[in-house]
Structure formats: C-alpha cells, structure tokens
Ligand binder design. Structure first.
Ligand code: F6R
Length: 237
C-alpha cells in the first residue's frame, strides 16, 4: 500500500484529481468504480471543472456506483446513484448508458448483482472511502475477501453515520454493495480519507493486523493500492 500524504485538504483534492486525470488520459476507456459519502465530494467537483474546461473526458469511460442504500424511494437525494449523478455524472460527458447503478427496489436483487459483476468484468480503478469501522463500500467487518456483489445488512454504526446523507430519519438498514472480490481484483485501488475522525481507522488500516475484522486492511495485500491521506487523517501515522 503506497501512502500519499498531503499537507492540506486543497492539496489532497488536487493530488487525487491530478492522478485521476492522468489515468483517464492514459486509458480513456477507464472502467471505474466510485463511492459517495462526504469524502469524495470535493474531488468530484474539481474533476467536473476539469471536464468542463476540456482538460479531460469521460466519453469513453464506464462508471459503476460502488453501492446503494435499500428501502428508500428512488428519488431520495441521499441515495448513492442520485448523489453520484448530482456531484459528477450529470456534470461530465459520460454517456448515460455507461453509468451503472443498483436499483434496490427492483424485483430480483440477486440476479441484478450477478449482472453487475458480469458488466464490471475487471475494474481499472476503484475509489473508496473508509468507514469508521474499516468498511469498504458496504462490506462491513467480517465480509469475506472474495465476496461478490450482493445485498448486505448494515452495521448499527454505519446506519447511524448514514444520517449525514439524509434529510429524514428513515435511515436505511440494508444495501447493495460491490463485493470485496471485485474490489480486490481491480488493477488499481485508491483509498481516500480526510479529517481527524478518520485518523484512528487510518492508523489501524496501515499498521494494525490484516484481517476480515477491518476490511480496509485487506488492501495491504493488493499489489497496486494507494492510500490518499490529508494531514488530519494521517496524523497518527
Ligand atoms: C459510500 C461508501 C462508504 C463511505 C464510507 C465513508 O458509497 O462506499 O463506504 O465511503 O462510509 O463515508 P464518508 O466519506 O461520508 O466519511
């Protein structure tokens, strides 16, 4: 795992975006998996500005949403797909048929997950945030390292911290996530963390024991994983 440390949040955003532009230029048909949450929002805003200026393009890329919350109406602004559309997809030149996302209200979730894994093939690049309990996407502690894309129950801490994404108290208790299998099989993985709240889990991820108790720690066995930390998230390292 390569540690990429930045002195400030703006430097962190610029650093992530510079490398992302680089990956898109080297491989315009980049097959990429994207999270939502608070962490990547500034990165998406900057990348959208880059596309607007003509610095880089998504016209040949494919984007897969990393996960989705279940049990909510399709127009809930806190859903992963609505957030990704609002923060990036609707602002860039990605063809709509190459934006892939889950529909937890659809009939056969298992079949939907099988089709998702088939459509993924192999990711060129996966961006991930990190949960306070070390979860990746919605792969909670205890998830199998080879787990496929599937329906999952959220841990209580994840349910409570998701309150930040919703304007109502009807917090989702389950979701659908790209599994650790497709994540760990990606050619390249970037783990993103900012802010003091992530300092402790960042330290555990880098220095603690590698194991299923902390899904993020499994990335230390990945041959091409970079951990992007701002000074606050990296403070205990
Ligand atoms: C969301 C996702 C989650 C978040 C994680 C950190 O699509 O994959 O695993 O990345 O919970 O969330 P934030 O960035 O809000 O701290």
């Amino acid at each position: 795992m390569h540690l990429l440390r930045f002195d400030s949040l703006p430097a962190w955003v610029s650093g992530v975006c510079a490398l992302w532009r680089d990956r898109l230029r080297m491989n315009p048909a980049l097959n990429i998996c994207l999270p939502t949450g608070l962490t990547p929002a500034a990165v998406y805003a900057e990348l959208a500005r880059n596309v607007d200026r003509g610095d880089v393009s998504f016209t040949r890329a494919s984007v897969f949403a990393l996960d989705e919350f279940g049990g909510l109406p399709a127009d809930d602004p806190g859903l992963t797909r609505n957030t990704l559309r609002r923060q990036l997809v609707s602002l860039v030149d990605l063809p709509s048929e190459r934006f892939h996302c889950f529909d937890p209200n659809g009939a056969d979730i298992e079949e939907q997950c099988r089709r998702y894994d088939t459509a993924i093939g192999r990711f060129d690049l996966v961006l991930l945030g990190i949960g306070l309990n070390g979860h990746l996407g919605m792969n909670e502690p205890g998830s199998d390292a080879g787990s496929p894309t599937r329906r999952v129950d959220l841990h209580e801490t994840t349910i409570q911290s998701s309150a930040r994404y919703f304007e109502h108290g009807n917090l989702p208790r389950w979701g659908i996530t790209v599994g650790l299998g497709p994540i760990l099989a990606a050619r390249e993985v970037w783990l993103l963390a900012t802010g003091t709240a992530k300092a402790s889990v960042a330290r555990e991820t880098v220095k603690g024991e590698v194991g299923l108790h902390l899904p993020a720690s499994l990335l230390r066995n990945h041959p091409n994983c970079s951990f992007f930390l701002d000074s606050e998230a990296g403070a205990l390292l």
